[in-house]
Write a protein that binds this ligand. Structure first.
Ligand code: FO1
Length: 335
C-alpha cells in the first residue's frame, strides 16, 4: 500500500508553513524537494485546469503527478503516471476499438475509478486527495486549487481545444493564440486553500517552475487566490522554468513564442507582475539578473536527481527567509 518517502531529519521543519503553487512534472520535482526538507510544513496547491472526464472517469493529471512524485512512485521516464505500471486495460480497450489516445495504466486506473466513485457519493476532490496522500504515506498536504471545475481551454489555429486534446492528442502542435479558464467565474474558493494562504504561521509562498501560462495562471484565476497572494505579508518567490532560453520539458517556450513573449526569466518575472518579492533563476542565466528587477537569486535549477530537488528546495527556502528578514526590517523602520 504505502510507499512512504522518508522525510529526512532536518533543521528546516518547524520554521512555519510553506504554500507551493504547482502544475505537473517540473513543479512536482520542486514540491518533492520541499516535502523532503519540510515534510508536514508544506502545502502544495495544484492546478486542476488540466482535469477532464475521460471514459466516464475524472482524471486529474497534475494532482496525480504530485501525488505519485511525493509518494515516491512516479514514472520518471514518462513524466506522468506510476512506475512499475502495466497496460492490460489499454490493450483490451484498443481491442474493443475504444479511445486510446490517452493512456491509463492499470494501477493508475484504480485512482481514477475510486476518485470518480467517491466524488459521485458526495466526497470533495480535496477530501479524496487528502485520503490518497495519507494512503501513500505523504506528510505534506496536497490540495486541488479548487473543488469546482475550472477547465483550461486553448484558442488555437484548429479552434478551441480542451487542454488534454491540445496537449496529448494533438501533441501541442496547433498554434496557441489565447487561453481561457472556463468556469473560473462561477467557481467557489476552496476553504482549505484559503486557510493555507492565510495561515498565521505562513513562512512563504513558492511558485514552482511550472508553465506560467498553462499551470500557474489557472491557479491564479481561481477566485480568491490572486488577492491572497497580493495581500501576503510573507515572501512570494517564483522559480523560473526557463533555463538558457529553453524550458526543461513541455511546450512553455513554444507557447511563449506564439503569445509573443520572449523566452527569458525576465519575461517570467513580468508575467507574474506585482505578485513576486523574488525570482530564482538558473545560474546559467545569472548575467540577466540585473535586468529582471526586484530580488533575484541564481542557483542550479535543473533537477535531474532527488538530491538536485532537495538542494534547490533548500536554496528556495533560504531565499524566502532572506526576503522575510528584509520585509521585517522594512516593517520595523516604518514603525
Ligand atoms: N501525457 C501524455 O503525453 N500521454 C498520455 O497518454 C498521458 C496519460 C496520462 C494519464 C494520467 C495522468 O495523470 C497523466 C497523463 N498524461 C499523459 C500527462 C498529462 O496529461 C500532462 O502531462 C499534464 O496534464 C500536463 O501537466
Amino acid at each position: 500500500m504505502s510507499t512512504a518517502v522518508q522525510t529526512q531529519p532536518n533543521s528546516q521543519e518547524g520554521k512555519g508553513r510553506i504554500v507551493a503553487l504547482c502544475g505537473g512534472v517540473g513543479g512536482a520535482k520542486l514540491a518533492f524537494g520541499l516535502s523532503r526538507v519540510i515534510g508536514s510544513d508544506l502545502t502544495v496547491v495544484v492546478n486542476t485546469g488540466d482535469d477532464f472526464e475521460h471514459l466516464g472517469l475524472l482524471v486529474s493529471p497534475d494532482l496525480d503527478t504530485v501525488l505519485y512524485t511525493l509518494g515516491g512512485i512516479a514514472n520518471k521516464e514518462l513524466g506522468w503516471g506510476r512506475a512499475d505500471e502495466s497496460w492490460n486495460f489499454m490493450e483490451a480497450l484498443r481491442h474493443l476499438g475504444g479511445e486510446a489516445w490517452f493512456q491509463l495504466g492499470d494501477r493508475d486506473l484504480a485512482l481514477h475509478v475510486e476518485r470518480t466513485h467517491q466524488l459521485r457519493t458526495g466526497v470533495s476532490l480535496t477530501e479524496f486527495m487528502a485520503m490518497a496522500a495519507e494512503r501513500h504515506g505523504i506528510a505534506s498536504k496536497i490540495l486541488p486549487m479548487c473543488d469546482d471545475p475550472i477547465r483550461t481551454m486553448l484558442a488555437t489555429s484548429e479552434g478551441m481545444l480542451p487542454f488534454q486534446r491540445y496537449f496529448v492528442e494533438r501533441r501541442c502542435a496547433p498554434e496557441v493564440n489565447g487561453i481561457v479558464f472556463e468556469g473560473a467565474g462561477e467557481a467557489r474558493p476552496s476553504a482549505q486553500v484559503t486557510a493555507a494562504l492565510q495561515s498565521p504561521d505562513l513562512r512563504g509562498i513558492v511558485i514552482c517552475p511550472s508553465n506560467p501560462f498553462l499551470s500557474i495562471d489557472p491557479i491564479l484565476a481561481t477566485p480568491g487566490i490572486r488577492k491572497l497572494l497580493e495581500g501576503a505579508r510573507v515572501p512570494v518567490v517564483a522559480v523560473s522554468p526557463i533555463i538558457g532560453g529553453a524550458a526543461v520539458k513541455g511546450p512553455t517556450v513554444k507557447i511563449m513564442a506564439e503569445l509573443n513573449v520572449p523566452a527569458t526569466s525576465r519575461a517570467i518575472a513580468q508575467h507574474y507582475g506585482g505578485l513576486l518579492h523574488g525570482l530564482v533563476i538558473d545560474e546559467v542565466d545569472a548575467a540577466d539578473s540585473a535586468g529582471i528587477g526586484g530580488r533575484v537569486h541564481a542557483a542550479p535549477t535543473l533537477m535531474k536527481s532527488d538530491e538536485d530537488r532537495e538542494r534547490l528546495a533548500r536554496e528556495v527556502l533560504g531565499f524566502v527567509d532572506l526576503i522575510a528578514a528584509d520585509l521585517q526590517t522594512k516593517a520595523r523602520a516604518l514603525g
